[in-house]
Write a protein that binds this ligand. Structure first.
Ligand SMILES: [Zn+2]
Ligand SMILES: [Zn+2]
Length: 467
């Protein structure tokens, strides 16, 4: 493609970005991205009430409008990747504009939530948050607060007992046992991850766990909206990964932006303001707005920039496909198609947004991810699996069996013993969705330890600190 000299929109700016076959100058491209985010933020009356500066009108008095502006709090989960940083930066611009045009008033406050695996993570995140606040958000300091949370809060601040969930290797039924004593006090995220067979399963559980923590934080701190940083590309890879992981029926509820979150008393909405923006566009925006120094463990792509920015030496070598998680494989696919076939990505997302949840009267909820269970997955697994051994018939087979018995592999026999032999009477039947059942079935000892869901779990205050 021949690069035109001037921007097609303003007809004077120098072309710096090529996206969706259109040449943009810096200013027009920034407007293009930020307008897409703002359109989603104003998509319907609930969101408009949160973001707009409200004044006295037919439905509210002067005092009520002041009160509503003061209580419009939104939550931004920040990973210091490009999408969440860009989202936050556009929100900051929105606050600045509101102050300029509405005589110093703003319609909303921002709480930023940063989740870290350990103290080292949190120290790094904190330093970067300090820089963001002093270098970019100084003029809106009173409207933006950062909060830091360790993922360990998932077990530490769960307010109650832990369940150990087990899957029977013979019929795939699932039971749970209440843990009391030692394990209850000491079990942590690292222990959970040690039980996982591979990176995919670790990532699956970490995603469930951090999303639960973020939503619990929003519930407890009375946020009206959680603004997730997902780009269109990320939503497409999330959608495809959910299908591959057997979590297809959860796509509709994940993307539901029309309703408030039913798992948290309908107290907030989940919004994906960057759902119309490709990851490569967000990354180009990072460079144009000089946000790239504020990333942690992420180097934005410069594929859309006319003048490349990236130091090729800094770009890490790709992992071999064998070590990729399902999400990473899906991401790699979309990264590859993004340049020439970006419409594939928007088709996946548009289709996903149209999906509805299956209609099941009073479905049970999965005891791990809390998704509705529309069909008993153990029945389905029984129909596609042979779990009994073939009987030994010849002396040769018998000799081979003895040999295996003596070998180190016979350890696996212990894991294969069914639940019925090994668990105490107090285990009760529990519901799992297909995706979680498959996951637990592959874990060490076919078991997983997880907090019980209860009102007290939701009410136990998370130990976050503020900046
Ligand atoms: Zn322009
Ligand atoms: Zn589940």
């Amino acid at each position: 493609m021949v690069v035109q000299d001037v921007c097609k929109r303003c007809r004077q700016g120098q072309v710096s970005v090529l996206s969706r076959k259109e040449p943009f100058c810096n200013d027009c491209f920034s407007k293009f991205v930020s307008a897409k985010q703002r359109k989603q933020m104003m998509c319907e009356p609930y969101c408009q009430d949160v973001f707009k500066v409200l004044y006295q009108d037919k439905v509210r008095s002067e005092a009520e409008s002041v009160e509503q502006n003061a209580h419009s709090k939104v939550l931004v989960p920040l990973s210091f990747g490009s999408s969440s940083v860009v989202l936050l930066d556009i929100l900051n611009d929105t606050l600045t504009e509101q102050k300029e045009t509405q005589r110093g008033k703003t319609g909303f406050h921002i709480d930023v939530l940063v989740c870290g695996r350990d103290q080292d993570d949190i120290v790094r995140y904190r330093e970067m948050a300090d820089r963001l606040l002093s270098e970019r958000y100084a003029s809106n300091r009173e409207k933006i607060k950062f909060h830091f949370l360790s993922v360990e809060s998932f077990y530490k601040d769960c307010g109650g007992e832990l369940d150990t969930i087990l899957v029977d290797s013979a019929d795939f039924s699932s039971r749970s046992i209440v843990e009391n004593g030692e394990l209850n006090r000491e079990f942590g995220v690292e222990d959970l991850l040690k039980q996982c067979p591979d990176r995919s399963s670790r990532q699956d559980l970490l995603t469930i766990l951090s999303s639960r923590l973020i939503k619990k934080f929003a519930y407890q701190n009375k946020h009206k909206i959680i603004l997730w940083g997902h780009s269109m590309t990320k939503l497409a890879d999330e959608t495809i990964s959910l299908v591959v992981k057997g979590r297809g029926s959860q796509i509709a509820s994940m993307l539901s932006i029309d309703e408030c979150d039913p798992l948290f008393d309908n107290s907030f909405k989940n919004l994906y303001p960057l759902q119309d923006v490709l990851l490569s566009e967000i990354d180009a925006y990072c460079y144009i707005k000089h946000l790239d120094p504020f990333m942690i463990d992420y180097i934005p792509q410069d594929t859309l920039l006319v003048e490349k920015q990236r130091n090729p030496e800094l770009v890490s070598a790709p992992r071999s496909v064998k070590n990729l998680t399902l999400n990473e494989i899906a991401r790699k696919y979309f990264d590859d198609v993004e340049a020439d076939y970006s419409n594939v990505i928007s088709t996946v997302v548009r289709t996903a947004l149209k999906l509805g949840e299956p209609e099941t009267p009073k479905p049970e909820r999965c005891s791990i991810c809390r998704a509705n269970v529309h069909m008993d997955p153990s029945e389905y697994l029984q129909t596609i699996t042979v779990s009994e051994n073939h009987p030994i018939e010849t002396t040769e087979e018998s000799a081979l069996y003895d040999k295996w018995n003596e070998s180190q592999f016979s350890n696996q026999k212990i894991e294969n013993t069914t639940l019925r032999d090994s668990i105490p009477q107090k285990a009760v039947s529990t519901s799992l969705c297909y995706g979680c059942l498959i996951n637990v079935n592959r874990m060490k000892g076919r078991k997983l330890t997880w907090p019980q869901h209860s009102k007290s779990e939701l009410e136990t205050i998370l130990d976050a600190f503020e900046l």
